[in-house]
Design a protein around this ligand. Structure first.
Ligand code: 5MM
Length: 347
């Protein structure tokens, strides 16, 4: 298969009706924080056991097409000693890999951040491919205030995202481009819309300059929501209307899929927002999910580091995946919610 056919085949596998992507790519410090919240120590074995539990969930591929892994997981082994990415593939889940090296403060731009990890990326991708990865993910993060993100941060992060995406495509790996406008702070829904629109405008300009083929990439944006500390939280219909308006203005129809991050919303909020957006369709792109916390929080609460809880943890994952699959088609209803939505608070 030539490189273009391989990219297209991967996109086709990821963008399937009724399916989304599981983000299980938490770095060391992040997974330690998630484990700590449920009283689990972040040891190599606990991380392996937990990621094994996720990937081995029976029937998950009915609702999930791909899973984003952290480098450590790509190298770890299942209980039967086969590599974990192989387990994912056997389960009908396309393995992907987070390739950014995290964020640092952007020099001379107080309050802004920049994501690093471009050096040696082509070489790393070649190695990740050997371990089964077919798509990649890079996250840029934007803080919001009256003055943030600055022009400088918007331009610098767009350029890094586009360079990453171009390198991925040259290696026949599908890039997921993830610009996350953070929910931290007291900003309004309108301010989030304004910041998100400016960010996406610059990201697609940079992708064009760097010759990225839009048909062979996926976008993973944040939804347009008010800051967590904002007193007035919008209705799902308002979030959907604002998010879809910004996307229609700034995301070309050639992009096959938009897979949202959840960003600290509760599992039920994230599902309701995705559902409301799909009810506004048809859209030129598939509108789906690539949630981390909004899929995994109920799983972690059910698991608590105990092998005896594996089955109930997997049931919790399957339930959230099923609800988000319904939301991806505009067929979700809050009355479908069971216990999982009530056990997780806003992150
Ligand atoms: C924004 O985070 C991504 C989506 O997860 P949520 O739905 O919870 O927002 C997620 O893929 C994130 O990039 C990973 O958890 C890795 O984060 P770190 O900060 O550890 O690189």
């Amino acid at each position: 298969m030539d490189s273009r056919d391989l990219l297209q085949a991967t996109v086709d596998l990821l963008v399937q009706p009724g399916k989304g992507i599981l983000a299980a790519d938490e770095s060391g410090p992040t997974i330690a924080k998630r484990f700590k919240a449920v009283g689990v120590e972040s040891t190599d074995e606990n991380r392996r056991a937990y990621r094994h539990l996720l990937l081995a969930t029976p029937g998950l591929s009915a609702y999930i097409s791909g899973v984003i892994l952290y480098e450590e997981t790509l190298m770890q082994r299942a209980d039967d000693s086969s590599p974990l990415p192989e387990l994912a593939t056997r389960q009908g889940l396309v393995p992907g890999i987070k390739v950014d090296a995290g964020k640092i403060p952007l020099a001379l731009a107080p309050g802004d951040e920049i994501t690093q990890g471009l050096d040696g990326l082509a070489k790393r991708l070649a190695a990740y491919k050997e371990h089964g990865a077919r798509f990649a993910k890079w996250r840029a993060v934007y803080n919001v205030s009256d003055t943030l993100p600055s022009r400088l941060a918007i331009e610098a992060n767009a350029d890094a995202l586009a360079r990453y995406a171009a390198i991925c495509q040259e290696e026949a790996v599908v890039p997921i481009v993830e610009p996350e406008v953070l929910m931290d702070g007291g900003h309004t829904l309108e301010r989030c819309a304004e910041a998100t629109e400016a960010v996406l405008h610059e990201v697609f300009d940079a992708l064009h300059r760097h010759r990225v083929v839009l048909e062979h990439m996926l976008l993973k944006p944040s939804m347009v929501v008010a800051g967590k500390a904002q007193a007035r939280q919008a209705l799902a219909t308002e979030v959907a209307a604002q998010t879809v308006r910004v996307l229609r203005r700034r995301v070309p129809a050639a992009v096959p899929g938009i897979f949202f991050l959840s960003g600290g919303q509760t599992p039920a909020e994230a599902s309701a927002h995705l559902d409301a957006m799909n009810r506004l369709g048809p859209h030129p792109w598939a509108l789906s999910f690539s949630f981390g916390r909004a899929l995994q929080d109920p799983v972690l609460h059910a698991w608590q580091g105990q092998a005896a809880n594996t089955r109930s943890a997997q049931e919790a994952l399957l339930e959230r995946a099923r609800l988000n699959s319904a939301a991806r088609e505009g067929r979700y209803d809050p009355t479908m919610e069971g216990v999982s939505a009530r056990t997780s608070a806003r992150a």
